[in-house]
Write a protein that binds this ligand. Structure first.
Ligand SMILES: Cc1cc2nc3c(=O)[nH]c(=O)nc-3n(C[C@H](O)[C@H](O)[C@H](O)COP(=O)(O)O)c2cc1C
Ligand code: SF4
Length: 479
């Protein structure tokens, strides 16, 4: 039977556990920081030495930790790209924007255990020779910002932050920066622009890879809240023990937000890949199943930008059996919830947010809702994204307001196909296209039927004939 494995959320929901420093210290808080600061240089062959910082960076690489913000990129590899030779300061930014619809896991950490994230952040800063770091928090989370500022003050008072931290000679300051509530501020280069006081226009990569040209044109690391917490546990447990959690190439734990038509929507921490999508939806330890009498219609597995799965969909996945690659057919519900399996099935685990839709869902209206969000949130720099997201949203508005056309399904896909694929500055282009491409591909009949019904009704209003050809006395208003 699958169950939660609470590593990061170990204490967060325990009765009496509070977000203040005293409580954190009573639960072993900042012991891992002390451990990190006490690491001694390691002797290497030929009289070479590995610094404590290099050892932590190496451990993060060996642990297999993949970023929890969306792309699932190796954290250790990201850190290895940082330009350490430029002589410029290196910055670290904690991405606490958490704006992907369906995602509500970072805020649990920020609200219930802010010191854990701060400890992970201090260790990550130490490992990367960072002296100044920022927490960029979503504007709509004022309580989180308040709690973080209080926690930082408490940490400063105990010298976990500031000058000469715990007598180690290491100096670090961390500041909280509140966003103004735009989805694009979560994209790392948009976030950096916003932190510099400008409009959050994502930057072109190359040349603006944050690891080389980030905040104030200096090398910068941007990591998600949960990723930084995981770093603390890598140092506490050791890379090897951390890597034993989860599954190969998908190590550690992950907090999954489960929402929509389940009995128990909520956030559940699992070992990565040790629970399937079906278990996360149906098991009493997680979502608890659908509402009585309902059947599953679809699942969005990784936040609103992830491609949708249709109930009953099957995938051919490669599995290692006795060291050999064997292809197996897997039902959507039996997909292990990990980065690689979902990618192999044509979608992604993204921000770790499962959105469940039962058979009461109007799939056209659901896509219209998602597309309206993206049309509103496009920053407008790139024509395909700015215009395309709006055109898709307008077409879907038509389809949900009695003004649809039979060919709207093909029209939507044509627009969606022309946005991503290197035509835009940032991955928002993909994020707004993938829902449209996948919803229409998997539920085309629903879209075509809606357009046809609208066309028929309009024709009957013009000719005076009813939808089945019979004469109507008076056409009813459509809006
Ligand atoms: C449009 C868009 C929105 C994003 N929003 C977030 C967000 O709210 N939080 C987040 O951590 N990452 C977000 N990301 C991903 C970040 O750009 C970045 O990859 C991430 O913060 C890196 O952290 P990680 O390596 O620890 O996952 C977003 C990306 C895009 C393209
Ligand atoms: S892809 Fe969209 S959100 Fe990203 S920079 Fe271009 S217009 Fe802005």
């Amino acid at each position: 039977m699958p169950s939660e494995y609470r590593l990061i959320l170990k204490y967060a929901d325990q009765p009496g556990y509070t977000p203040d420093l005293d409580c954190y210290l009573r639960h072993g808080g900042y012991e891992t920081l002390k451990k990190a600061l006490a690491i001694q240089p390691k002797d290497l062959p030929e009289g070479k030495k590995m610094s404590p910082q290099e050892q932590i960076r190496e451990d993060v690489k060996l642990s297999g930790l993949r970023g929890r913000g969306g792309a699932g990129f190796s954290c250790g590899l990201k850190w290895s790209f940082v330009d350490r030779r430029s002589g410029k300061p290196i910055y670290l930014i904690c991405n606490a924007d958490e704006s992907e619809p369906g995602t509500f896991k970072d805020r649990q950490i920020l609200h219930k255990d802010p010191h854990q994230m701060i400890e992970g952040m201090i260790i990550s800063c130490f490992a990367n020779d960072v002296k100044l770091a920022y927490i960029y928090i979503r504007g709509e989370m004022p309580e989180g910002a308040k709690l973080l500022n209080k926690a930082l003050k408490e940490a400063r008072e105990k010298n976990f932050l500031g000058k000469n931290i715990l007598g180690s000679g290491y100096d670090l300051e961390i500041y909280v920066h509140r966003g103004a509530g735009a989805y694009i501020c979560g994209e790392e280069t948009g976030l950096i622009e916003s932190l510099e006081g400008k409009r959050a226009y994502p930057r072109i990569k190359p040349p603006y890879f944050p690891a080389v040209l980030g905040l104030y044109q200096c090398p910068t690391i941007v990591n998600n809240v949960e990723t930084l917490c995981a770093v603390k546990h890598i140092v506490a447990l050791g890379a090897g023990e951390f890597a034993k959690l989860g599954t190969p190439n998908n190590t550690g734990t992950r907090i999954v937000s489960v929402s929509g038509h389940v009995k128990k929507p909520g956030y559940y921490e699992i070992e990565v890949g040790k629970a399937t999508i079906g278990q996360l939806i149906n098991d009493p330890a997680f979502g608890g199943g659908l509402r009585p009498g309902r059947k599953l219609k679809a699942v969005i597995p990784g936040g609103s930008s992830a491609k949708i799965f249709k109930a009953g969909e099957k995938f051919k996945l490669k599995k290692k059996v006795d060291g050999k690659d064997v292809e197996q057919e897997v039902d959507m519900l039996d997909l292990p919830y990990d980065f690689d399996s979902l990618m192999a099935a044509g979608s992604m685990s993204g921000s770790g947010a499962i959105i469940v839709m039962d058979d009461s869902t109007d799939i056209v209206a659901a896509l219209a809702n998602i597309s309206e969000f993206y049309a509103h949130e496009s920053c407008g720099q790139c024509t395909p994204c700015r215009e395309g997201s709006l055109w898709m949203s307008k077409a879907l508005h038509r389809l949900t307001h009695g003004e649809g056309r039979k060919q709207d399904a093909d029209y939507l896909v044509k627009i969606a196909d022309n946005i991503p694929g290197g035509r835009t500055i940032c991955a928002f282009g993909e994020a707004c296209s993938w829902p449209v491409q996948s919803f229409v591909a998997k539920f085309k009949d629903d879209f075509v039927a809606r357009g046809e019904a609208d066309e028929k009704r309009r024709a009957s209003q013009t000719t005076g004939a009813g939808p089945t050809g019979e004469m109507k006395i008076a056409a009813s208003p459509q809006h």
